[in-house]
Write a protein that binds this ligand. Structure first.
Ligand code: PLP
Length: 404
């Protein structure tokens, strides 16, 4: 077993060797531009791209013609939101989303607010779930779009896509979902769920970085977008620029493997994730699960460790690659905005760890991580006067600290 152990699969995944193998010829022999119509180099590249397009569409139950290639989910989110906002501006200026969305959604919404659009951010309960009645009530005759993610990248909470889609379809507004963490890890069917737009990306499902897709519904209803990138008219004018052929081939293969491994792949993640959760909580107390207890991504485990300091915890587990809700892992000084919007206190947000279990993790690695977590948290708590007071039955939240 090699350290550091990689448990940050929501940030990115390694490229599956089968994906890499499929990509390699498209860097060398089959290097053509898929838009070159006059020779065999172009035709071969185009053929590969169209096969991949069908695989990428299939993972969300879409048709190949409904996939627009982008540089990743960030661009797909931007294209969906800005594209709809621009195209439908005469119909309305109101968009509904939630405060736990990825920054690619939230920052785009903030930009649209500055351009005069109105954004409603739905309330969330302590698990990060929305209230469907509130969603239905928030829709007005000015609403053009609802954007809610499939599975959350920090806390794993899954939104009820089918119920959301039923409401948006009934009320005649478009439904976009950032499905980046959802594809392959949960059932997503754009027909059954009435999804009109869906963003996803190769590098979260064992494909290469820099290659994403936006599903755009073609009929019932035909979903229209104003492009945000202009040029040679590629992707039916929706996204100009020479296609990233090797990336797209890898994305297609990654989707094919995800679909083929289906339930078995999810069960592998679930088994390791639950083993990790139980292993830790069996040995140490005052560990809190963030996110929904059952409606969650199979590889996601987000835990807060009371009475330990986030920075010290991370330093103690330097042979495990994870993310933290602590400010020290991000550019800002605020702890995780996702945890804060669920009402998690500053202390518990700072001492949170996001474990993202992936395809290539093993039981041996999980057992090593359990041991290390228990060791480090116990040691830090032994040194903590607060933990000692709490063990003696003192309610720490009621302590009056001396001001100097
Ligand atoms: C990773 C991620 C993104 C950004 O994807 P990129 O391809 O890196 O731009 C967007 N949304 C969610 C939910 C993500 O997890």
């Amino acid at each position: 077993m090699k350290t550091p152990i990689y448990l940050d699969n929501h940030a990115t995944t390694s490229v599956d060797p089968r994906v890499l193998e499929a990509m390699l010829p498209f860097f060398s022999e089959t290097f053509g531009n898929a838009a070159s119509r006059n020779h065999a180099f172009g035709w071969a590249a185009e053929e590969g791209v169209e096969e991949a397009r069908a695989q990428i569409a299939a993972i969300v139950g879409a048709g190949a013609k409904e996939v627009v290639f982008t540089s990743g989910a960030t661009e797909s989110d931007n294209l969906a939101l800005v594209g709809v906002a621009e195209f439908y501006k005469d119909k309305g200026n109101h968009i509904i989303t939630a405060p736990t969305e990825h920054k690619a959604i939230l920052d785009t919404c903030h930009m649209l607010e500055q351009r005069g659009y109105e954004i409603t951010y739905l309330d969330l309960d302590q698990h990060g779930s929305i209230d469907l009645d509130q969603l239905a009530q928030a829709i007005t005759d000015k609403t053009i779009l609802v954007s809610l993610m499939a599975a959350n990248n920090e806390i794993g909470t899954i939104h009820p896509l089918k119920e959301i889609g039923r409401i948006t379809r009934e009320r005649g507004v478009l439904f976009h979902t950032d499905a980046t963490q959802g594809v392959g890890h949960m059932d997503i069917d754009v027909e059954e769920m009435n999804i009109d737009l869906a963003s996803y990306t190769a590098h979260k499902i064992y494909g290469p970085k820099g290659c994403g897709a936006l599903y755009v519904r073609r009929r019932k209803p035909r979903t229209r977008l104003t492009p945000i990138i202009h040029g040679g008219g590629h992707e039916r004018g929706l996204r100009s620029g020479t296609l990233n052929v090797p990336g797209i081939i890898g994305f297609g293969k990654a989707c094919e493997i995800m679909q083929a491994e289906g339930v078995a792949g999810r069960e592998h993640l679930l088994y390791l994730r639950d083993r990790l959760h139980q292993g830790i909580t069996h040995e140490i107390g005052e560990v809190y699960l963030n996110g929904h207890p059952t409606e969650r991504h199979p590889g996601n485990l987000n835990l807060s460790f009371a009475y330990v300091e986030g920075e010290s915890l991370l330093m103690g587990i330097s042979d495990i690659a994870v993310s933290s809700g602590s400010a020290c892992t991000s550019a800002s000084l605020e702890p995780s905005y996702v945890l804060r919007s669920l009402g998690v206190g500053v202390e518990l947000a700072h001492s949170s760890i996001r474990f993202g279990v992936g395809r290539f993790n093993t039981e041996e690695e999980i057992d090593f991580v359990i041991k290390r977590m228990v060791e480090v948290v116990s040691r830090l708590r032994e040194m903590s006067p607060l933990y000692e007071l709490a063990q003696d039955g003192v309610d720490i939240s009621k302590i009056q600290w001396n001001q100097h």
